[in-house]
Design a protein around this ligand. Structure first.
Ligand code: PEP
Ligand code: MN
Length: 302
């Protein structure tokens, strides 16, 4: 499938452009996201250092919101591995609402994340916020995360499109599905076919919770695109007591994986403490996810 997408990327890039650089209308299929679109049941499977995302197995990515120090990320990496997760998350460059909030450890955070992931045999994912950091982060992490606030940062999308590195693109908190798929299209047109989409909750009139996790997105996007779909129930709820139920629901809805915030001492998390689940909760959740995956004919990647 990936070869097919790359071929489609090539065909679109090589077709003649009009004066303003935009492809002529007659070469457009019905959908504006011509590379991300699928009309059949073709799927893109992304190879993350041997771990397949988008195939029959669901992939569990877990770890802290932020890399805080060596001990924290090392202990969490071991716990994620023991629980049965396959990807370690941890932010080193953090998009914080306030400029006085902890902004992440930067390059040192990348080094600690890489060391913790390598020593446990986990793959790693971390956010890239600035186009100037793409090459640096490619060196340290297996998946580049584009955060919700940057979903329409077209310079950043083009920059990660230039690499062949796996990308997890989060849905902007105010974005429609079309805008989300068009953002993915920016990465695909750069020649990078390794894009996974992540539903992480949107702003609605429900003020009781941080965001509203839009699980409609999972089956809707699966009909519309061949790209893998991941769900983040942590930002999607903002509350640790709601994370297990929404994780189970996401797998039942057909998500290809989960991105979960967990911590060895959740209340002490420097960022997003309210939504971090404990290691015990992660272990319990992994057992439930195994059961639910089995019920829909899937297994959990190990
Ligand atoms: C995160 O994953 O820690 C994060 C900042 O996510 P989002 O971009 O979805 O808010
Ligand atoms: Mn977070």
């Amino acid at each position: 499938m990936k070869e097919k997408v790359i071929k489609r990327v090539k065909t679109v890039l090589e077709s003649p452009k009009s004066d303003n650089g935009i492809l002529p209308a007659e070469s457009s299929p019905l959908k504006p996201y011509r590379l991300a679109h699928t009309s059949g049941d073709e799927k893109t499977v992304i190879d993350v250092q041997g771990l397949l995302v988008g195939g029959p197995q669901v992939v569990i990515m877990a770890g802290p919101c932020s890399v805080e120090n060596e001990e924290q990320i090392t202990l969490i990496a071991k716990a994620v591995k023991e629980a049965g997760g396959t990807v370690l998350r941890g932010g080193a460059f953090k998009p914080r609402t306030g400029p006085y909030d902890f902004q992440g450890l930067g390059k040192r955070g990348l080094q600690l994340l890489q060391k913790a992931a390598r020593s446990t045999g986990l793959r790693s994912i971390t956010e890239v916020m600035d186009p100037r950091d793409v090459d640096l982060i490619v060196e340290y992490a297996d998946i580049l995360q584009i955060g919700a606030r940057n979903m329409q940062n077209y310079t950043l999308l083009r920059e990660v499109g230039r690499t062949k590195h796996p990308v997890l693109l989060k849905r902007g908190m105010h974005s429609t599905y079309k805008e989300f798929l068009l953002a993915a299209e920016y990465i695909l047109t750069g020649g990078n076919a390794n894009v996974m989409l992540c539903e992480r909750g949107i702003r609605t009139h429900v003020t009781e919770l941080r965001f509203t996790l839009d699980l409609n997105a999972v089956p809707y996007l699966q009909n519309e695109t061949h790209l893998p779909i991941i769900v983040d129930p942590s930002h999607g709820t903002g509350r640790r007591d709601l994370v297990p139920a929404m994780s189970r629901a996401a797998i039942a809805a057909g998500a290809d994986g989960l991105l979960i915030e967990c911590h060895i001492d959740p209340d002490k998390s420097i960022s997003d403490a309210e939504q971090a689940i404990s290691i015990e909760a992660l272990n319990q959740l992994m057992r439930e996810i195994n059961t639910i995956a089995g019920a829909i004919g899937r297994t959990v990647a190990t």
